[in-house]
Design a protein around this ligand. Structure first.
Ligand code: FEO
Length: 400
C-alpha cells in the first residue's frame, strides 16, 4: 500500500524507512533506522528527484505509481548517484520507458561504472547554473562536489524555494510518519543522529560544505529536502548554525570527553578520578567513553561536539590499544581539528601509548596538545593523582 506525504501543493515525498538495516554503509550502526527520501513533482511535466535504496524499492514503486495516478514520468533528476539513492534507476527505466534522466557528466560516468545501463539518448547532462523549466516550476542545478561524493549536486526550485539538498542536511533515523522538522523534537531526539550522520559521512569535507553553504540562496529557501531524515520548513538558522560549526570544525560545547582504553579497570579508574576532579572544580560537562564499548561513529560524533578530549590508553603490544588507535585514525581520516587534547598513558613495563598517541595527534591539524600528561604504571598512585590535579588545572585554564 502506498505511503506518501505532501511537501507542498504539487510536491510529494515518496520515500520510505528502513528499520532492518543494522549498519549504514555496512559500517555505522543505525539503531533508529534510516529513511531514503525521494520526491515527486507533479507539474506540467512530472519530475522524480532521486530514487531510493533497493531495500525499500517495493514501497517506493507503489508510492510513485500512486502519485503519478496514470500520468507518465517525464524526468528523473539524479542529484547523487550513490546506490542508497540511485539503486532504482534501472527499474524506473523499465517501468517508465519515456523518462529522461537529468544529471551531470561525472554522475553519468559513475553510473556507468556501477553498471547502470542507461542509453545515452536518455541522458540530459547539466552543469553548474543550468536551469530547466517543467511548467510552473523552474529549477537551477548547483554543483556540490565532495559533499560527499565528487558528482553530488543540489537542485533549487526557484518557483517555490525548495532545495533538493542530496546528502547535505541529512540524518540517520527512520521518519516513522513524521516528515517535517517541526513534527519532531529535533534538538532532543534527532540532533545526535544528525551529527553522527554528518560527521561520519560528510565530516572529512568541511571546506566543500562551506563552499556550498556560501553558494546557497539562503534567503530564498523555504524547504530543504534532503535524501535522509526530516524535511526542513522552518528554523533554518538552527540547522545552518550546526552545519557551519561542524564544517568549520568548531566545537558546539565547552566540555571534556574522556575516552579510555582499559583492560583490567585501572585506566578506567584513572579516567573516573579525572572526571570527578573536573566536576569538583566546576566543569560538569564531562563525558566518559569506554573505547571498547562505543562504536567509533559515536566517538567521532561527540569529538565534533566537545572542545576537549582526554585520550587514556594502556600500552598494547608496545603500541596503542587497537580500538583507541582505530579511533585516532578515524579522527585523522575525517579531518578532525581544532581541539584541545590531553594524554593519559598506562604501561606496566614499557609504556609507549602516550608517545604514540601524541604522534597521531601531532599529525592532525591545529590540535592544542597540553603538556600536562598523566602516566600510570599499572594503577593509580598518589603521584598519578598529583599529575591528574595538574591536568585538571591545565584543562580549566585552557577553557578561560
Ligand atoms: Fe545517502 Fe551519499 O548517500
Amino acid at each position: 500500500m502506498h505511503n506518501v506525504r505532501k511537501v507542498t501543493d504539487d510536491l510529494y515525498w515518496i520515500g520510505g524507512d528502513d528499520h532492518r538495516l543494522h549498519l549504514f554503509e555496512n559500517i555505522h550502526p543505525i539503531p533508529r533506522g534510516v529513511s531514503y527520501n525521494s520526491y515527486l513533482l507533479m507539474d506540467k511535466k512530472t519530475v522524480l528527484f532521486d530514487t531510493v535504496d533497493w531495500a525499500i524499492g517495493r514501497q517506493f514503486l507503489e508510492n510513485l505509481e500512486y502519485v503519478l495516478n496514470g500520468k507518465k514520468l517525464d524526468y528523473m533528476v539524479i542529484n547523487h548517484m550513490e546506490p542508497d539513492h540511485a539503486a532504482m534507476i534501472e527499474e524506473i527505466l523499465l517501468r517508465y520507458p519515456d523518462v529522461r534522466i537529468i544529471s551531470n557528466e561525472k554522475a553519468f560516468y559513475l553510473m556507468n561504472q556501477f553498471g547502470y545501463h542507461i542509453h545515452p539518448e536518455k541522458c540530459e547532462t547539466v552543469v553548474e547554473g543550468d536551469t530547466k523549466s517543467f511548467g510552473k516550476h523552474k529549477v537551477v542545478f548547483v554543483a556540490a562536489p565532495m559533499v560527499h561524493w565528487p558528482e553530488a549536486m543540489v537542485t533549487f526550485d526557484t518557483t517555490n524555494g525548495v532545495l533538493f539538498s542530496a546528502d547535505a542536511f541529512g540524518s540517520f533515523g527512520a521518519l516513522d510518519g513524521r516528515l517535517f522538522n517541526d513534527e519532531v523534537n529535533f534538538d532532543r531526539d534527532w540532533l545526535d543522529d544528525a551529527r553522527r550522520y554528518y560527521t561520519n559521512i560528510v565530516g572529512k569535507y568541511g571546506p566543500h560544505v562551506q563552499f556550498l553553504l556560501k553558494k546557497a540562496p539562503v534567503d530564498q529557501i523555504k524547504f530543504i529536502c534532503p535524501l535522509h531524515g526530516p524535511v526542513w520548513r522552518n528554523d533554518f538558522a538552527y540547522l545552518l548554525d550546526k552545519y557551519n560549526k561542524w564544517s568549520k570544525y568548531i566545537p558546539e560545547e565547552k566540555g571534556v570527553m574522556i575516552v579510555y582504553a582499559s583492560m583490567y579497570g585501572n585506566t578506567e579508574n584513572a579516567a573516573s578520578i579525572l572526571a570527578r576532579k573536573l566536576v569538583e572544580k566546576g566543569m560538569t560537562n564531562v563525558h566518559m567513553y569506554d573505547v571498547s564499548k562505543f562504536d567509533v561513529s559515536y566517538l567521532i560524533s561527540d569529538t565534533f561536539r566537545y572542545s576537549h578530549i582526554v585520550f587514556a590508553s594502556v600500552t598494547y603490544n608496545l603500541g596503542i590499544y587497537p580500538k583507541m588507535h582505530n579511533y585516532l585514525m578515524d579522527m585523522k581520516a575525517l579531518n578532525l581539528q581544532k581541539r584541545t587534547v590531553m594524554i593519559m598513558e598506562n604501561g606496566s613495563w614499557a609504556c609507549k601509548s602516550g608517545e604514540l598517541m601524541t604522534k597521531c595527534l601531532e599529525d592532525m591539524k591545529d590540535m592544542n596538545i597540553l603538556n600536562e600528561k598523566v602516566t600510570l604504571t599499572s594503577s593509580v598512585t598518589e603521584g598519578t593523582e598529583f599529575e591528574m590535579d595538574t591536568m585538571v588545572d591545565a584543562i580549566l585554564d585552557s577553557m578561560k
